[in-house]
Design a protein around this ligand. Sequence first.
Ligand SMILES: [Zn+2]
Length: 334
Amino acid sequence: MINAHRLRKLSRNNLRIVYGLILIVLLSALFRGQPTADTTEATTLATLAAPTTTQSTTAAVTVTPTTPSTPSHNETVVVHFLDVGQGHATVFQVGEHALIIDGGPRDASSFVVAYLKKMGVVTVDAIIATHYDSDHIYGLVGVLNAFPVLSVYDANYRADTKVFTSFKTAVSAEKCPEFTPAQGDRIAFADLADLEVTFVGPRDYYYDEENDNSLAIRLDYGQASYLIMGDTSSDTEQDMLGQNLDVDILLASHHGSNGSNSPDFLSATSPAHIVISCGADNSYGHPGEYALKRIQKTESELFRTDLQGTLVCQTDGNQINWNQSPANDFTPGD
Ligand SMILES: [Zn+2]
């Protein structure tokens, strides 16, 4: 289903890697006459690489390893990029447990709660609010009212809006711990298959523009990695460089706005897949023409909620499977 040419290319490359590893092991054994230790290491590497060589007939997209070899992962992490219209809501789900990053705008609030229930979510282990704009946190108030929420992570600034007050009131009523993470903070969630979360932004909460104080979140599960952006602008994206931002899937910043998604940032993240969350016919012109041109240059596969609705992908830590093919449609919003 997904770009068979790219898949074959990846598979051939991986085959070459496996053959190369075997050759290296044989050569080192020949020259040193002590095959034991090296053989063990190479077998482990080859085993990790092997599954990618058998996927050419499925819809799987092979994940390019961005982290060193990791132990095997038995559970499935399902990632839902919800179609909340003009706004953002992403859910990482493991069975009955979920981590939710943003909850979409007011008119999507009941949809988000109904969707989570339909998916069998019982406990929300963490809510992460990237920032306090209504199109990101309104739906989180609904989630806080409908589910037990065990922890909340949000940005360290105050907004002078009704929805900010509603959100903070709902968090207080939940009586769960609330954290304002610092850049570089890492956490793992035991009930979410040890999914690792790293806060890569903001550098600090000192930006004049509220959008620039958005949390930027890296998530790792085995060899699969994701970077979920809030509404950070290009200037502030620069303040995140120098960390490990290389991921498989990037949620484009600020709904694919021209003022975000700079060439430097796209190059540092080098995602195989980019997702844009925005509303069909939104009044902001998202995604922007120039941002789309920059994204097109990366040759990443492009997915869009405004054209494709809710997007779902799942991973076992080795490969990522999508529920539909990429849109690869670079038509800007009006
Ligand atoms: Zn927004």
